[in-house]
Write a protein that binds this ligand. Structure first.
Ligand code: DAH
Length: 352
């Protein structure tokens, strides 16, 4: 019996030599330690042995079992390590490859330009005043001296958002930032109606017009409006301020010129051009051979507008101006289609 146990152990350990993977190992375990293995049948037969034989055989069988179990454990670790080494070799990871870049967001180019404008105006003492995008007709037009049915309204076709029951005062998306002038003046003059304080503000934000979308016109765009109201403000202040702005924005050598123009809310009105920075004034495609680029509209605040804001036009004067940051960026970077701004194409956006 003891010889037989020796043989069982030897056979089992021999056959374990050739085991190399988890499936073969499991088959070996079933064959050598499972219920119908030779070793287990020795345990099963113990009862049939004589009292004298039983302890020695039992003890020897147990030793064989412990030996086989520890051999199994050792082999199991070997098989696992081998499998790991194999998969590491096969699925090699090149840790020196560059990682996948994380795209960091940034400000929209229109916002970047808007902020450049506001930074310069802030240096010159203009405080930002943000006004609403949904306006009433009386703010967007009437208080700015565009009477009902006035032909100047033709320049600014509007998106109406509410007309029912509002008579001559429908709600619309503001077509320019100018209605913020009225709101700012009324807010300031309401605080001290007898002596309204001087005002120096910049009004930034989105404007909306009901237009055919083309390379040159969009239904939405930003404007920055400026307003200065006080005692003794003259057209010379307007010219000096805006020429200084142009130098800070486009360079100290940038030449500017003012041309007479018309806006209902200013009198007199003007447009400011800067010398074309693409051709230096010689004439090119960007300036359409004129040598000049139109940059903004401006003028002395119309007495009716001052009055509507609560400022006595006999005592106060002021100037105002309005410009488009997208247009400035287009000129500066030779962008030939305004639709890029809201086209959501990262190939355009990530250049800024
Ligand atoms: N609101 C005008 C527009 O959108 C721009 C403008 C012109 C604003 C002259 C002004 C100004 O304040 O004085 O076309």
């Amino acid at each position: 019996m003891l010889d037989e146990l020796n043989q069982i152990e030897k056979n089992a350990l021999d056959s374990l030599q050739s085991v190399a993977d988890p499936a073969a190992l499991e088959a070996w375990r079933v064959a050598q330690l499972g219920r119908s293995s030779p070793l287990m049948s020795v345990f099963a037969g113990l009862g049939k042995l004589s009292k004298e034989e039983r302890p020695a055989v039992g003890q020897a069988a147990n030793q064989v079992k412990v030996a086989l179990e520890s051999a199994l454990e050792e082999k199991s670790a070997q098989v696992k390590n081998a499998a790991l080494a194999k998969s590491l070799a096969e699925e090699k990871l090149d840790v020196t490859l560059p990682g996948r870049g994380v795209n960091i967001g940034r400000l929209h180019p229109a916002t970047q330009q808007l902020r450049r404008v506001l930074d310069i105006l802030a240096e010159m003492g203009f405080q930002v005043y943000t006004s609403r995008e949904v306006e009433s007709d009386d703010m967007n037009f009437q208080a700015l001296n565009f009477p009902l049915h006035h032909p100047a309204r033709e320049m600014q076709d509007s998106f109406y958002v509410e007309t029912q029951g509002r008579g001559d005062n429908p709600l619309l998306m503001r077509t320019h930032t100018s209605p913020g002038q009225i709101r700012a003046m009324r807010e300031a003059s309401a605080m001290n109606p007898q002596n309204p304080p001087p005002i120096r503000i910049a009004l930034p934000g989105m404007c909306f017009r009901y237009e055919q979308i083309t390379a040159r016109s969009e239904i939405q765009f930003n404007q920055v409006e400026g307003l200065a109201v006080g005692e003794g403000i003259t057209f010379a202040d307007l010219k000096g301020t805006l020429a200084d702005f142009a130098h800070r924005m486009f360079g100290q050598d940038a030449r500017v010129r003012f041309r007479a123009s018309y806006f209902p809310f200013t009198e007199p009105s003007a447009e400011m051009d800067i010398e074309c920075f693409v051709c230096g004034g010689k004439g090119c495609g960007v300036c359409k051979n004129s040598g000049w680029l139109e940059i903004l509209g401006c003028g002395m605040v119309h007495p009716v507008v001052l009055q509507n804001g609560g400022y006595d036009p006999k005592r106060y004067t002021g100037f105002a101006f309005g410009m488009g940051p997208e247009r400035q960026l287009m000129l500066r970077n030779k962008i030939n289609d305004i639709r890029y701004f809201w086209g959501n194409d990262v190939r355009f956006l990530e250049q800024f």
